[in-house]
Write a protein that binds this ligand. Sequence first.
Ligand code: PAF
Length: 304
Amino acid sequence: MTAKITSAPTVIRTIAQMREAIRAYRKEAGAAASVGMVPTMGFLHEGHASLIGKSSQENGLTVLSIFVNPLQFGPNEDFERYPRDEAGDLAVAARAGADLVFLPSVAEMYPIPAATQVTVSGVTERLCGASRPGHFDGVGIVVTKLFNIVQPDRAYFGLKDAQQVAVVERMVADFNQPVAIVPCPIVREADGLAMSSRNVYLSADERREALVISGTLAKAPAWIESGMNASQLTAAVKEGITASPLADIDYVEVLTYPGLQPPASDAALSESESGGRIIVAAAVRFGRTRLIDNILISFPEAHS
Ligand code: PAF
């Protein structure tokens, strides 16, 4: 753990300057150097602040990246209108303990279109991978570039995007990227809504109705305990969410985690997944806003 005095982070906009800052830090810190990275698309909220805070506790230097990555947005998605607030983000970064903020332009990150694809198969065919074709290829490219630029020892990702965590963990393992991925718990508003930069799009009515997602997911452990299998649980969660007249379900799925495969049998989940973990994941539209949320549930090993 490293004690730090809170001060304004240094803003860096070019790859060359970012590499130089890391080189200088590592030279000065010597064998004790440790770099934590928090990749984000900005419009920071308390979920991001918690990632920055954790990195700052566990590393000598914390790098926050803010880059709205065009490659991970589909043609009809919200790249142009994605919320941006550089001044607000820098205030959160300072308060949470970031040392360096990497804020590259699109031209800096992609001076020419990337010709190399990063496709992580097996974990991208379902959930957001199915609803947002190409999304995780874009995430794979940008996260690989960010890791190559910053070369962090640890990188912190929120589990609201649990599929993204599974994708990045698999990519890092496949490519022997020398970084430890640190998954961090979902941070929620006091009433349960998972924090997201996109919550700002919600009207007052939509914001109120959106609570149906976290409220329904929170019932999953009890439904599992009552003996439900994956298809029964999927149906129960869908029914719970559709209780809101404004909810338009994109998907509800019950999958193994982090493999993101359907459970192998139709038995009650407490039996079929003994010793494993599942994710109950939902993506739901409220008006033009698509929200995602999930719950991860671990099962104890069955003893006979
Ligand atoms: O989770 C996000 O904000 C983005 O997908 C990430 C990891 C910063 C890549 O652009």
